[in-house]
Design a protein. Structure first.
Length: 577
């Protein structure tokens, strides 16, 4: 099954190049893309003209003569200064759509071979509430693991939470004082709890001394201290899980792999790097100095792996985690969904791990970087008071705003349905607003744009999905019954929708390779837009047979692709809107 027509067309153009100009021109890679003037357009003639020293139009003419009609190409016509417009046979397009419709995977091929892929994402801190700063890593990371899962890879989720280090002596000691006073703590209170503990640590020397002693007890494995530490983690993970459930994120408590997991391995990490000649003393610390990493002053930038006081750093833990993921978990691809400000740090960790021999050349190490979320003032999104926005508060507002949109759009819905749909629309709007943007760029958080029922938004895609569901209900036809129809491509709007549908599998594959979810979003938006045009131009239920059955089948395929595509992104597709 081809489904994606581009590979077949590229091969046909390559064959035509050889036939027309011989092997000397066979190295030219034909550029083929969708066109407003035909189904596809090939511009290989422009590159060939320089090689052959002929005008591009002459080359295009010779090329078109060797692209004779066959079972795929209906026509090849020279256009402009040297383009070849390619028209695909309607029968071939219809046959490919039929194969796609009959395929549970909608034409998306399973991974061959499947790999073990570790994805590190979300990574909030224990004893603190999740805030807007955790949103992008969580949303982008979960969309990627869902997509890689769909492809058939063995995906291991890793939530590298901050759960170790000096602050926990301070927190545990303060927790003991609170308990002695008859007060326990919820996660919401832990925000203020942390701030109070920090203030005491900075202003009360006796408390600070107790906190430092508590760190020693924690690191030495004292049972009472570990139990209190575990209490902080359990309460925090419960909070994280509630947020993940609201967001529809697939991270589970068992996916938590915090800094503490690697604590026992840190001395061996340093020893290994010293034996390999990669780490050496520097100003009392142990550092790795890598070629190519220098500061503005031209001096080498150190990757510190042991501090002057003998303590370890984030770099040491990251190196231990990477070694574990490759050597123990068997990852052939390790993906870090982390803000772009960590680019140099991760690049140094990756290079160190390779030089140490822990990661071979067959393992891909990838940093999925992303920009910031900005407010309308183009500054980092915060509350009016300048604080980080709690994720719970952000999601509450999303659902409240979506409820107003749903009530205005569909006032006839019963209250329970409105609540359910508002949650899907609100959360989906937040997630899609992030995923539809190029992740490497900052994006402006704009409620009006995210919740709009037109444009490249989740509500627009949901509306297209519900419109098709409504057609099937009005036609008293199940999706399975509609899918049994034979697709015929006759109208220009049917043709436009067909090509957008056929490009969905390649959008999934490109996204899995580039780790850029906006590619899937763009495909879904193009499909929804093409369907709306098709719906306005081509009657479905009022059409005569066999057009009625064909258009119902095309509608069934569209609704399946929209639902599957949204699901891959982690977004619900409600039946009504």
């Amino acid at each position: 099954m081809l489904v994606d027509l581009l590979p077949a067309l590229r091969q046909r153009v390559r064959d035509a190049i050889r036939a027309a100009f011989g092997d000397e021109a066979a190295d030219v890679d034909p550029a083929i893309h969708r066109s407003a003037h035909a189904d596809y357009q090939a511009d290989a003639a422009l590159a060939l003209a320089r090689t052959l020293r002929r005008s591009p139009r002459d080359v295009a003419t010779a090329l078109a003569e060797h692209l004779r009609p066959d079972d795929v190409i209906a026509e090849a016509v020279v256009s402009g200064p040297g383009f070849v417009n390619l028209t695909v046979r309607a029968e071939h397009v219809a046959a490919e759509l039929g194969l796609m419709l009959a395929d549970a995977r909608l034409g998306v091929p399973p991974a061959s071979p499947p790999e073990t892929v570790v994805v590190d994402y979300s990574a909030p801190n224990v004893a603190k509430e999740m805030h807007v700063g955790h949103l992008r890593s969580t949303i982008i990371g979960d969309a990627l693991v869902r997509l890689l899962d769909f492809q058939g890879h063995h995906v291991i989720r890793q939530n590298h939470v901050g759960d170790w280090g000096t602050p926990f002596g301070m927190l545990i000691e303060h927790l003991l004082d609170e308990r002695a006073a008859g007060r326990d703590s919820t996660v919401r209170e832990l925000v203020g709890f942390y701030q109070t503990a920090r203030a005491r640590f900075e202003t009360d020397p006796a408390f600070a001394a107790r906190a430092r002693r508590r760190v020693v007890l924690l690191q030495s494995g004292d049972a009472e201290t570990l139990a209190l530490w575990r209490r902080l983690i359990d309460v925090s993970v419960e909070h994280f899980s509630e947020i993940y459930a609201r967001l529809g994120v697939t991270l589970r408590p068992e996916d938590v792999a915090g800094e503490s997991r690697y604590n026992a391995e840190l001395p061996a990490v340093v020893a290994d790097l010293e034996r390999a000649g990669l780490a050496r003393p520097s100003a009392g610390a142990i550092c790795v100095f890598l070629p190519g990493f220098t500061g503005r002053d031209g001096e080498p930038v150190p990757l510190m792996i042991r501090k002057q006081d003998g303590g370890y750093t984030y770099a040491t833990t990251d190196l231990a985690a990477l070694r574990h993921r490759v050597q123990t978990l068997g990852a052939r691809r390790v993906i870090y969904v982390v803000g772009q400000e960590q680019s140099q740090h991760l690049a140094m960790v990756f290079q160190t791990a390779r030089l140490a021999g822990w990661v071979d050349d067959g393992v891909r190490l990838e940093h999925v970087s992303f920009g910031m979320i900005l407010g309308r003032d183009k500054k980092r999104l915060k509350t009016r008071a300048g604080d980080s926005i709690r994720l719970d508060d952000l999601l509450d507002e999303a659902v409240e705003r979506a409820a107003r949109v749903v009530e205005e759009k569909s006032p006839q819905l019963d209250p329970d349905a409105r609540v359910r749909i508002a949650a899907a629309v609100g959360i989906g709007a937040v997630k899609y607003g992030d995923l539809s943007s190029d992740r490497v760029k900052d994006y402006v958080f704009d409620w009006d744009r995210m919740l709009a029922l037109d444009g490249n938004t989740a509500p627009y895609l949901m509306y297209a999905h519900t419109r098709i569901r409504s057609i099937l209900r009005k036609g008293e036809t199940s999706e399975a019954e509609a899918a049994a129809g034979v697709i015929r491509i006759e109208d220009v709007a049917e043709r436009a929708l067909a090509f957008e549908l056929l490009e969905f599998p390649s959008a999934v594959e490109r996204t899995a390779e580039t780790l850029q979810p906006h590619r899937v979003c763009g495909s879904l938006y193009a499909i929804a837009t093409a369907f709306m045009t098709f719906y306005e131009r081509c009657p479905v239920l009022r059409a005569d047979e066999p057009a009625r059955a064909s258009r119902l089948a095309l509608s069934a395929l569209t609704v399946r692709v929209l639902a599957r595509g949204l699901d891959v992104l982690g977004i619900a597709a409600p039946e009504q809107l």
